[in-house]
Design a protein. Structure first.
Length: 566
């Protein structure tokens, strides 16, 4: 499953990993009596507690300067006291999301007083906010060396291991955090997320329910819990990754409606998740709700004009909705954005064919074949365009190339066989339809075409067997009656030949001049006989052959391999 990139800012990653404060004055009463130092530190703490962190930074810096330049005995402070000033200075930076500056201050703290566990923890938070997850893990572990009961470090370690994909140590860290703070919802919730990622839905639901029970007012990333969605037992105000996982699971379970609701909930909580809107549009497209898909794709492009996959899918949706000019204009924009993408030119050729712009369609397919020389569908489409332009010999070579690339492509082989027949290359036509007939022994059209090829090369007995099989399965196939009758006549069987010629005339007239709807179609009695191989006998006639639905002009799905998304 594709997921959006994670922002390295702490508030985007996890607002629950907060920095820690100390007991403000514990052990620091002595230096608070110094004149300048006292004034600066006192003003800094007042600004800090009032949330005026920029002012706090200035006052704490003044306090540090005073502790160096003043010679008064009261201004002489211990290492722990200096470390406390740096700690609060770092916290003031952190609350302003100035994580690089905060990191420098926390580094000063641990160098001055290595035993201050809260400083190592805050250092880990700063590392994590800057995307340095491994360094954060190391800092949280040091914090636990000095304070094994520090709940925040156990939980933070779990989040870091979770981020790194190390799920076993993440689960252990969450468990240790739960033991230290049984009434905290966060570690229980994330244990549920781990269960959910491994398909353990019952255990996940149990954890989510327990998290709500122990902390009913649990808030994640500053979003209050809201009603449940799509049958998922969990608070729905989660980070974006949670929604992506839910939608992916629901799609896997064959529940597109639930996935749609999950993406809509995600967009309600996180409107900037453009990729979620793209996935939502894809679901609408798969359900053939073209106008809804078009609407969502356009919103994606309004947010990100360089989202080439969304533009390409928009072009396909326009075509499916029969808005061909808009489809053409959209795909032209795709081609300008990615001139080396053969899939775009393939789709552009198909739309130009729909628009009857056959010359331009041929050029588009030729460009696609240059860019995707190993893609059989491109050569097949190019062959069809060449036939429309009158270049049958080139089309034949192109279809031969397509079959070399995919020897199991039955539709392409069928069309190539017809082209062989049209060009008078009957032996090649016979070999082509023989291959198909072995694969599709019950297909009416394949049997008919092979019968025609055999007739032209003089294999008349086999021709009769094949065409008789066709008319037993499809009595109104008047051309099969014609060729069957003419073959009997060539062999000297005048009686059977005339029977099928009369059938030919009857069904031809019926097809070309059908009677009014109130008149019944002529009924032909079928003689009883043995079933075809693999079919049980039926009263009143043989089992009918199946038609394979061959159609040279049937549209094939264009699947952009390099641009496939959720």
């Amino acid at each position: 499953m594709d997921q959006p990139p994670t922002d390295t800012g702490s508030r985007k990653m996890d607002d629950k990993l907060l920095i820690l404060d100390l007991d403000t004055f514990s052990g620091s009463e002595r230096f608070m009596t110094g004149s300048s130092l006292r004034a600066a530190f006192s003003l800094g703490m007042r600004a800090y507690l009032d949330g005026r962190y920029a002012d706090a930074v200035g006052e704490f810096n003044h306090a540090l300067i005073a502790s160096i330049v003043e010679s008064d005995a009261y201004a002489q402070i211990w290492d722990r006291e200096r470390a406390i000033i740096h700690l609060y200075l770092g916290n003031a930076y952190a609350y302003q999301d100035s994580w690089a500056e905060a990191l420098n201050e926390y580094m000063d703290v641990v160098q001055i007083d290595a035993q201050l566990a809260e400083a190592h923890y805050n250092l880990g938070v700063a590392f994590r906010a800057l995307g340095k997850i491994n360094e954060a893990v190391a800092a949280f572990k040091v914090a636990l060396e000095y304070n094994p009961d520090l709940y925040e470090s156990h939980f933070a370690l779990g989040r870091c291991y979770h981020k790194l994909g190390e799920y076993a140590p993440a689960y252990i860290s969450y468990t240790l955090a739960r033991q230290l703070r049984p009434n905290a919802a966060e570690p229980i919730y994330y244990q549920g997320v781990l269960h959910q990622a491994h398909g353990e839905t019952k255990q996940a639901a149990k954890c989510f329910a327990e998290a709500r029970q122990v902390e009913p007012e649990y808030i994640y990333n500053n979003h209050p819990t809201r009603p449940e969605i799509a049958g998922v037992v969990a608070p729905v105000a989660h980070d974006a990754d949670w929604y992506y996982r839910q939608a992916e699971n629901l799609k896997t379970q064959g529940n597109p409606a639930g996935a749609i609701r999950a993406y809509q909930e995600l967009l309600s909580a996180h409107p900037g998740e453009t990729r979620a809107r793209y996935y939502l549009a894809n679901i609408f497209a798969r359900q053939r709700e073209w106008e809804r898909a078009i609407y969502e794709y356009k919103l994606v492009l309004q947010a990100d004009a360089q989202f080439i996959a969304a533009r390409y899918k928009l072009g396909l949706a326009y075509r499916a909705a029969n808005r061909l000019k808009e489809s053409y204009n959209t795909l032209v924009q795709c081609a300008r954005q990615q001139p080396g993408d053969g899939v775009v030119y393939l789709s552009l050729g198909i739309v130009l064919t729909d628009l009857k712009q056959l010359g331009l369609a041929l050029k588009a397919f030729e460009r696609a074949a240059q860019l995707l020389p190993t893609e059989p569908q491109v050569h097949y489409r190019l062959g069809r365009a060449l036939i429309a332009a009158g270049y049958e010999d080139r089309a034949m070579l192109t279809w031969q190339t397509a079959l070399k690339l995919d020897e199991n492509w039955q539709a392409c082989r069928f069309d190539l066989g017809i082209l062989y027949l049209k060009r008078g290359r009957f032996y090649e036509a016979a070999r082509t339809f023989e291959i198909l007939y072995k694969q599709l022994p019950e297909d009416v059209e394949t049997a008919y075409m092979l019968g025609l090829a055999y007739k032209e090369i003089g294999r008349l007995d086999e021709t009769i067997q094949l065409l008789a099989k066709v008319v037993r399965a499809k009595a109104d196939h008047f051309m099969a009656h014609f060729h069957l009758g003419s073959t009997y006549l060539r062999l000297g069987n005048k009686a059977q030949g005339l029977v099928h010629m009369r059938e030919y005339e009857k069904w031809r007239d019926f097809k070309t001049n059908p009677p009014p709807p109130h008149q019944a179609a002529p009924v032909r009695e079928r003689p009883k006989g043995p079933a075809l191989p693999g079919q049980p006998p039926r009263p009143g006639g043989t089992a009918p052959l199946k038609t394979n639905g061959h159609n040279r002009f049937e549209e094939l799905a264009v699947v952009p391999g390099q641009m496939s998304q959720n």
